[in-house]
Design a protein around this ligand. Structure first.
Ligand SMILES: *Cc1c(COP(=O)(O)O)cnc(C)c1O
Length: 242
């Protein structure tokens, strides 16, 4: 094993232990939580090492980088998740490699993804509504970049559910740095769990709750996350912050 492979294996084992511990503490089954390794800024060779270590889900946040890596790893059986802010002019590329988009936050993006899936003639694309918890209490129509206000989730979810070629899978959020949940990941993910519960009442198949990163995966699992998105704890601190 190379040094890099050994380092990743060690870090991955530590993250697996943290997930195991969080599931036990929450009385949840380990099988209810899926680890997605966020590979942004790291090379395709790391993705290959991760696949060799049994990782099945990887995530990226920039189209150009993701498209190149997915092409370089096309021989691996991996699920690709897109988790970054998405411009409508990038969706034609994203639907070529992404299995799921976690960052659906506005009606215009729903329409663009639906059209791109039809044009590509691919299988349905899994979509999650990104919830901007820092905008809790904002008007439903006030959808902006980087997430919809919790009040806007039902409308956006309906748009996804009705859009040809798209499948509504659930919700995604990042613990906010601003607003009333800043520095309170437990409360933030608790609020997300409420949003997810309401969503399931209207759309029973939309069971995914994508929450929790390197710093707060325990709090997310405690609150019911089904998918944690972990980058630096597995691959190391990224040289540039993004
Ligand atoms: C980078 C990123 C992550 C992973 O963050 P870490 O702190 O490195 O674990 C998770 N989710 C999103 C949306 C990201 O952009």
């Amino acid at each position: 094993m190379t040094d890099r492979a050994g380092a990743i294996a060690e870090r991955l084992a530590r993250v697996e232990e943290r997930i195991d511990g969080a599931c036990s503490a929450a009385g949840r089954s380990r099988g209810d939580v899926t680890l997605i390794v966020v590979t942004k800024t790291y090379p395709a060779s790391d993705v290959r090492l991760l696949a060799g270590l049994g990782v099945r889900h990887v995530a990226e946040n920039r189209d150009q980088e993701a498209a190149d890596k997915a092409a370089a790893c096309a021989d691996l059986s991996l699920n690709w998740h897109f988790v970054g802010q998405l411009q409508t002019n990038k969706v034609r590329s994203v639907v070529r490699y992404a299995d799921r988009v976690h960052s659906v936050d506005r009606p215009k993006l729903v329409a663009a993804l639906s059209a791109a899936v039809a044009r590509e003639g691919r299988e349905p694309l899994g979509c999650l509504v990104q919830v901007a918890l820092e905008r809790d209490g904002a008007a439903a129509g006030a959808a902006g970049r980087g997430g919809a206000a919790p009040e806007g989730v039902p409308e956006l979810a309906r748009a996804i559910a009705e859009a040809p070629g798209l499948r509504l899978d659930g919700v995604m959020a990042v613990a906010p740095l601003a607003g009333k949940y800043a520095g309170r990941p437990r409360e933030a993910f608790g609020r997300l769990a409420d949003v997810a519960r309401s969503l399931r009442a209207a759309h029973p198949a939309a069971t995914m709750v994508s929450a929790g990163m390197s710093a707060d995966l325990e709090e997310a699992i405690e609150a019911g996350a089904t998918h944690v998105r972990v980058g630096s704890a597995v691959l190391g601190v990224r040289p540039d912050l993004r």
